[in-house]
Every structure is written in C-alpha cells, then in structure tokens.
Design a protein around this ligand. Structure first.
Ligand code: C5P
Length: 400
C-alpha cells in the first residue's frame, strides 16, 4: 500500500475506537491516510489520537476551522483513491442514501469519485430496521461496498449482528478496492467487446441498436483493476476509456470481427459484451440516397457471429463469456445459446425488467454455466455485476 491514498471516515459509534487500529495498520503498510470525523465520532475518540496515528490533521468542520482556503471536502474527495467509513452508523448510511450533505463526511462521500466502502456498526435492532436495510440495498445498487457487520458482542450487552467487521476484513476490502489483491486474472490477457456496431446503408444512414457499452466498459475497468492486460474492442459509445485498458475503436461488425481476430492470440479470457448487429445491408449505397427516390429496398445479410468464431477458433481462450439479452424464456434461451455457441458462461439479461439492459446504469442478470444457473444478481450497478462476473471467470480459471 506504499504511497496509496486512503480516506478514513469515522462516524459516531462506540466502535469508533477501532478505527484507530485501522488507521495505524494502514500507516504501517505505507498508506497515506486522511481521517475525517463527524461531531458524534469526536465524542468517542479524540482528534489528537487520530492526528498522531495518521500523521496529518484530522478533517472535521465544513466551515472556517482551517487556516488555508481550500475546499476541504473537495480536497478530501480528490485525495482518496479509496474511502472507507468505519464505523458507519445507521445515520450516516441513511444520510448518504438520501444524498444529504450536512457535514464534512457526508459532503466528502457525495463528492467522491473513488470506491467507497461502508463498515457498519450499530445496535442489532438498528441494523435490522427495514429502513436501514433498504438504505444499504440502495447504496449497494449504486455501487457502494459494504463489509460486515458481523455477529458478536455488542456494547448494548447482546451478541447479535451489528459488530464492526474485524480490521483484517477492512484491510482486505481496502486492498481489493485499490486493486492490490492477487487475483487469478493478474497478468492474464483478456479481450472484451463492447457497445453497438453500425451497419451502413449509405453515406449517412446506418442500422444499429441502443447499446451504451456501459457493461463492457465496466468489465474492462474491473479486469484491469485485477491486474489483467485488457484489450477492449469498442463500437461507438460516449464513454471514456477506462484507466489501464488498451481500447481499439471500431464501427462495423466486420471491423469488430477483424480486431478480435487480431488480438485473440495469447488471450485467456474473451468476453463478448458487444451488441453486435445481426444483419447488415448486402451493399452500402454510394453517397447519400435521395429521399425523392422513395424508400430503398434493403437486402440484408447476416454478419459474422464473432463470439461463435472465437469459441470455435484454434486459439480459443480458456474462458469464453457471452451475453444473452432476452425478452422471453430467459434461462432456456440463454442455456441454448451457451450450447450452440460453445461458451463457458452466459450472462443472461431480462430486457423486460426495469433497471436492466440497454443504456441503464444497473442490470439484473443470471450467470449461467454449462450446468445451468450459477448465480442470480438482483438489480445492481454494472460495476458490481462486472465484479461478480469476473469472480466466476476467476473460479473457472482456477479449475483448470
Ligand atoms: O445470438 P445473440 O446475438 O443473442 O448472442 C449474444 C452474444 O453473442 C453476445 O455475447 C454478443 O456479444 C455475441 N455476438 C457476437 N457476434 C454477433 C452476434 C452476437 O459476438 N454477430
């Protein structure tokens, strides 16, 4: 963790004293730590302790308490490569879920672009309260991570769920968010297709679909974070290239197929997340067709099935993952697709569900292997779905 930048947020739970150990451990591992505390947290542990342990002034107030003119919440949000709120109370979870920014910690979380981890600690009744549970679910769907709470002795004198997860678990979650854990993907070559393709009718018109590319880009970003050498072959999207990923931009299905062939050699994982057009005009008209000539009689021909070619290739990667977007008989059709195309996994996506499929930031999917459904994931951020898919890919790589 040498030199890595971690923001530790502390809210007002009795478990706040355990944050001292976390900060100390992070510093021992060489991390730079910036602590931000709520007013309630400061009633449980002193800022002097955390200033000494973190080696830096503790951030507490939104207004006026600092000699410099920086906006503290923005500085904190930009500093953090990862942020952990440990302990996280029911109150802080509720406020973040509602978008409330009424102190430095909530404002910093709201402004953060880095992964944010919550480590809840509270009375078991408060943890089990449906309001808390629905706030947790909402934040998870938005891509926030949760570690714990664990079952065990609580300050209220009972042994139930609500105890802050152990320091080892918190450290492991931080390592994971920083991409430091050793994974099966580290050093392996991964090729991913993403986005739609465009099949040109004439110089200004094409056949395409509403794919945003978000799922494929999320997979590329997560795989790169796990240390994979990622080539992302992307149709036209409005997305930024993920850090550490080689992006090859293409437009048509034929260009995508050629780019895949070019990068396949030596790759161990192929993920076909692109919504490749199934048909293209038999020929592209030269120039722009005149509207006055009336509607063209389009003759369509099938495009190459890229993923089927990959799965049938002499250079077949060990794990080939496809997507199946369906509007009916999801499981049956997805399994049939897996068998017909000789895939190892299919991520099946029910297009009829709200919050699923094209353009959305979330997805609800079923991950299917040769034996049938392996994992069902309720509506969740595409980053989280990507992480779950890659967990299964790593299991398959491990079996070999
Ligand atoms: O057959 P269907 O288009 O439903 O299959 C979807 C899966 O196949 C996706 O993984 C998609 O990326 C891949 N595919 C492909 N080349 C095509 C059509 C689909 O790689 N021409």
């Amino acid at each position: 963790m040498q030199g890595r930048r971690v923001v530790v947020g502390i809210s007002g739970s009795i478990a706040a004293y355990k944050a001292c150990e976390l900060v100390s451990r992070l510093r021992q591992r060489g991390a730079q730590v910036w602590v931000v505390m709520t007013a309630a947290a400061r009633r449980f542990v002193g800022t002097a302790t955390l200033r000494a342990l973190s080696g830096r002034n503790v951030a507490c107030e939104m207004f006026g308490a600092y000699p410099h003119h920086e906006l503290e919440h923005i500085s904190l949000a930009e500093f953090g490569e990862v942020m952990i709120v440990a302990p996280a109370t029911a109150n802080i979870i509720a406020k973040v879920a509602a978008g409330i920014c009424d102190d430095l910690l909530t404002t910093t979380i709201n402004a953060a672009a880095c992964p944010v981890i919550f480590a809840p600690a509270m009375n078991w009744r408060m943890w089990n309260n449906p309001i808390t549970q629905s706030n947790v679910k909402k934040l998870q769907e938005l891509g926030y991570e949760f570690v714990g709470p664990e079952e065990g002795w609580l300050a209220c004198g009972e042994s139930r769920a609500g105890r802050l997860a152990g320091t080892e678990k918190l450290m492991a979650a931080i390592e994971k968010a920083l991409g430091l854990e050793k994974t099966k993907l580290a050093g392996r070559r991964v090729v991913i297709t993403a986005g739609p393709t465009r099949e040109w009718i004439d110089a200004v018109r094409f056949i395409s679909n509403p794919s945003s590319g978000k799922m494929g880009y999320a997979l590329a970003e997560q795989a790169a974070r796990r240390g994979a050498e990622v080539t992302l072959i992307s149709g036209p999207t409005a997305l930024q290239a993920p850090a550490g990923v080689q992006v090859v931009y293409v437009e048509t299905a034929a260009q995508m197929a050629a780019a895949v062939q070019e990068h396949l050699l030596g790759s161990e994982v192929f993920i076909g997340a692109a919504a490749v057009a199934d048909w293209r005009p038999r020929r592209q008209a030269e120039g722009k067709l005149k509207k006055t000539q009336g509607p063209p009689q389009l003759q369509l021909e099938p495009t190459d099935d890229i993923i089927a070619q990959v799965a049938g290739s002499a250079y077949r990667p060990s794990v080939v993952v496809g997507f199946a977007a369906e509007t009916e008989n999801l499981e049956h059709n997805a399994l049939e697709k897996l068998r017909r195309k000789n895939l190892d996994l299919v991520v099946a996506n029910d297009l009829t569900r709200p919050g699923s499929g094209f353009g959305s930031d979330t997805n609800a999917v079923m991950i299917i292997d040769r034996n049938g459904p392996r994992k069902r994931l309720d509506t969740a951020a595409k980053a989280r779905i990507a992480a779950e898919i890659l967990d299964v890919v790593e299991q398959l790589l491990g079996d070999q």
